[in-house]
Write a protein that binds this ligand. Structure first.
Ligand SMILES: [Zn+2]
Length: 134
């Protein structure tokens, strides 16, 4: 079949030691649940806002912060993500591309689920030589 690639892209060393949850968040984005959010009422000079803090329940390395105008419901400032140490790629190394994340996931899957290297030709009698000691 044409189009099948069997040469795997190299592993991105920046992902190698990251926990599965971090790799998953890089692929699927973070997971925020309303049940984990904490709201505080803040009084600003020009408006009253709800500060909403939401931790990512999957990777536990990112917190999302929103300031919501309590009168209009609009965001008073753009929401932002704050990253704990170890999530972002080392400074100066650029972004980790999604493709590298998926290669890492594939490698982890294959390491945990080694595929049989058998071909579809069926067994041969040579495989059973151990049953016939000399
Ligand atoms: Zn996350």
């Amino acid at each position: 079949m044409s189009g099948v690639r069997r040469t795997r892209a190299p592993r991105d060393v920046r992902l190698k030691d990251q926990p599965d949850e971090v790799v998953e968040c890089r692929d699927e984005r973070h997971l925020f649940l309303s049940s984990d959010q904490r709201d505080e009422r803040w009084r600003w000079p020009e408006r009253d806002v709800i500060k909403r803090v939401n931790p990512c329940v999957r990777c536990k390395r990112v917190v999302r912060i929103k300031y919501i105008d309590e009168n209009t419901g609009e965001l008073a400032v753009p929401s932002k993500l704050i990253y704990r140490r170890g999530f972002l790629a080392p400074p100066g190394t650029g972004r980790i591309p999604k493709q590298a994340v998926r290669v890492e996931q594939a490698l982890r899957f294959l390491e945990r689920n080694p595929l049989p290297q058998k071909r579809a030709n069926g067994p041969t009698i040579d495989q059973y030589d151990d049953y016939f000691p000399d």
